[in-house]
Design a protein around this ligand. Sequence first.
Ligand code: SAM
Length: 379
Amino acid sequence: MFAYQEDGRYFAHVARGLEEPAKAELEELGARDVEIADSGIHFRHDAAGLYRVNYGSRLVSRVLAPLASFSCFSEQALYDAARAVPWEDLLSLERTFAVFANVRESRITHSQFAALRVKDAIADRFRDRCGRRPDVDPESPDVWIHLSIRSDRAVVSLDTSNGSLHRRGYRKQTVAAPLQETLAAALVRLSGWQGERPLVDPMCGSGTILAEAYMQYCRIPPAFKRERFGFEVMPGFDARAWEEVRREYDAARRALPEGLIRGSDLDRRSVAAARENLREIPGTRGVAVERKDFRDLPGIPGATIVCNPPYGVRVGEARDARRLYGEFGDFLKQRCPGSTAYVLCNSQELAKAVGLKPSRRFVLFNGPLECRLLKIEIF
Ligand SMILES: C[S@@+](CC[C@H](N)C(=O)[O-])C[C@H]1O[C@@H](n2cnc3c(N)ncnc32)[C@H](O)[C@@H]1O
């Protein structure tokens, strides 16, 4: 029996900074005993709930089903314990697999090496029992095994998402510094926008914020393009319950009122990328994207403005970025009365350059970069 079958607990990976909104989202999706931990969130759910979280969570990066946990003070202990796991209940000779590892503060120090030992343990167990072993496919395996070792304690899990959920599949074109989809979804969620007034991104780049806002409003499941999930290989997988979850989501969809979501960018290639990406999502014809410098826009009154202006992290760009943030602050003040802006920026200095006092700041991480999402109310 696997560990998750005994205690019904799963573990959701979430990006740093997204723990609180992701916890709230998991609770909305019906999860129980939701507890924030190091680099993720523990929760309990039934089988249909696990499918619902994978299909419908906008902020979670992946959901792991723990298979076994054990002390591992040495490479041999890791190999022996991994070999004792009943892998044949999950894998078969027809399914490819791969092992990904993350090791911290332990006697075993190399993640790749640890992954290799678990892979060997699986292969040897199969060879003993069937004379052959399943193939490894590190690019696109049918079964993703995740190994985590912290303080000499190992947990091997099945990735029930089959790869990171931030890969929604609509982003065919990218431009410099696109936001990860889960982070863009978090910006929209943190803005509290529910469709009561327009949502505008005047520096939309490849359109990630627009796409996530659209899917939230229209209730399109973020994983609607995903072809397979890891939970489909779990023993006792309930195909009917999964079908029912998809039916529920399909029934809940709604159309976008004209003009409710729009974006612009001064860069021609960004505008083309945003349009192409949005076309990947059904029903987005109503999302207008135009090529425009925000300084030439007549104004954005009475709206929710969500954007991440360029960071200017490279040498020589810092001064330009300060000027741009200053001009954006002026634009908000002079031409956006009654709007609330949510601006993601990565330094104190740029936050100050906006020249408007935020009523709230959220600490978020864009990859390794610590950022602030500033909430600015314009009167
Ligand atoms: C960090 S990127 C935004 C990335 C976007 N959120 C995404 O996920 O692809 C910043 C964008 O601001 C745009 N930009 C810079 N200055 C601008 C201006 N004055 N007016 C409009 N857009 C501008 C850039 O062309 C760039 O696409």
